[in-house]
Design a protein around this ligand. Structure first.
Ligand code: WQD
Length: 338
């Protein structure tokens, strides 16, 4: 069966994708130096699938060490490149760290792709590339606006680099633009476990409910939306992982018509912050301690996806709702093993 190299394999999306790939019968190899993830996530992958994922604990910015991994695995059929720093706020405080880490790691991987003639690359992009879109839902043809942060800029630059390289080399590249990932593996054995304190909404909600945070601050309820709070398209991590496996199959079966293709991965539903909190309260049976605070600089007011292209071409249909996200996230938070 085909072999897939996953960079960032012990991360939130990476670890859930390893499970999906293994269950689909792929051989997997991971590169992850646990900069913002934990080795326990790979142990969870093994507990869930019964298979141990080989992981190389190296820095993807170290060209020599990256080269050694590819030398050891010259039979790679596809690469999924997750590894990147992704905290929007932190990227504003440490822009050089983000540009160096996210771009050098991508360029090192692509150097090896060219050296070994690897034909298929999947890139972890983000809806952040759209900025504040004027028309909703956003499609893959929606123009990229000015990035709201250096993090978002690294995703935009990454897409342009890959588009150019795919055209010059003939490599098949798919960029997957994630909306807002959330939730956890239904077993409760694996979930969102960053090394740094989570800043995104779903873990802030579950940590507050678990008493690990005093309260959840809603960053503004005076926006021009149905209840004044920001709108996002929350996608369950299991749906997101499944989409990656389908994207690998899509490329290996040569179904792509262009060397560079982009897909939105959201569920096409806009949910406000206050609605997300209500969904949590409904599934947990707990009222959440939250209060309305000031707007967060850089926040997009409203964004949600049109995922029809992924549905048609990747044969992918999301199965989970915001309530499923909250239910699985709450289960993870209460009994999380790491
Ligand atoms: C969602 C909404 C906040 C926390 C970012 C990246 C994106 C992706 C996901 C990597 C916003 C509100 C949040 C809180 C709040 N990352 N919120 N109180 O900013 O939409 O997207 O993370 O791929 O690329 O940009 O996610 O969860 O931080 O915010 O009110 O304590 O929840 O204002 O409206 P975001 P988020």
């Amino acid at each position: 069966m085909a072999k897939v190299l996953v960079t960032g394999g012990s991360g939130y999306i990476g670890s859930h994708t390893l499970v999906s790939l293994i269950k689909a019968g792929y051989q997997v190899v991971s590169i992850d130096n646990f900069m913002n993830s934990k080795p326990e996530a790979l142990e969870a992958v093994q507990r869930i699938t019964g298979q141990k994922a080989i992981n190389y604990n190296i820095d993807l910015c170290d060209t020599e060490k990256v080269g050694k991994v590819f030398e050891d695995h010259q039979d790679i059929d596809a690469i999924i490149h997750f590894a990147a720093l992704k905290a929007v706020g932190e990227s504003v405080e440490k822009p050089i760290l983000y540009f160096k880490n996210n771009l050098n790691s991508l360029l090192n991987v692509m150097d090896e792709v060219h050296k070994y003639g690897i034909n298929n690359v999947i890139f972890s992009s983000s809806c952040t590339v759209y900025g504040e879109a004027s028309d909703l839902p956003v499609t893959e043809e929606t123009e990229m606006k000015e990035a709201e942060s250096p993090y978002g800029r690294t995703k935009q630059i990454g897409e342009y680099v890959l588009k150019d390289l795919s055209g010059i080399w003939g490599t098949n590249v798919v960029s997957l633009r994630y909306f807002n990932p959330g939730g956890a593996h239904p077993s409760g054995l694996m979930g969102e476990a960053p090394r740094v304190k989570a800043l995104n909404l779903v873990p802030v909600i579950t940590e507050t409910a678990a008493g690990k945070r005093e309260k959840c601050i809603v960053f503004g309820d005076d926006y021009d939306t149905r209840d004044g709070s920001c709108v996002r398209d929350y996608i369950h991590i299991m749906d997101l992982a499944d989409a990656h496996t389908k994207a690998v199959q899509y490329l290996l079966e040569r179904k792509n018509t262009d060397h560079y293709e982009v897909f939105n991965l959201g569920i096409g539903q806009g949910v406000t912050v206050l609605e997300a909190i209500k969904a949590f309260e409904k599934v947990s049976g707990q009222s959440l301690n939250y209060e309305i605070g000031a707007r967060r600089p850089g926040d997009v007011i409203s964004i949600y996806s049109d995922y029809d292209k992924a549905k048609r071409l990747l044969e992918w249909t999301p199965q989970y709702t915001i309530e499923d996200i909250m239910r699985s996230a709450w289960k993870w938070e209460q009994d999380r093993p790491y």
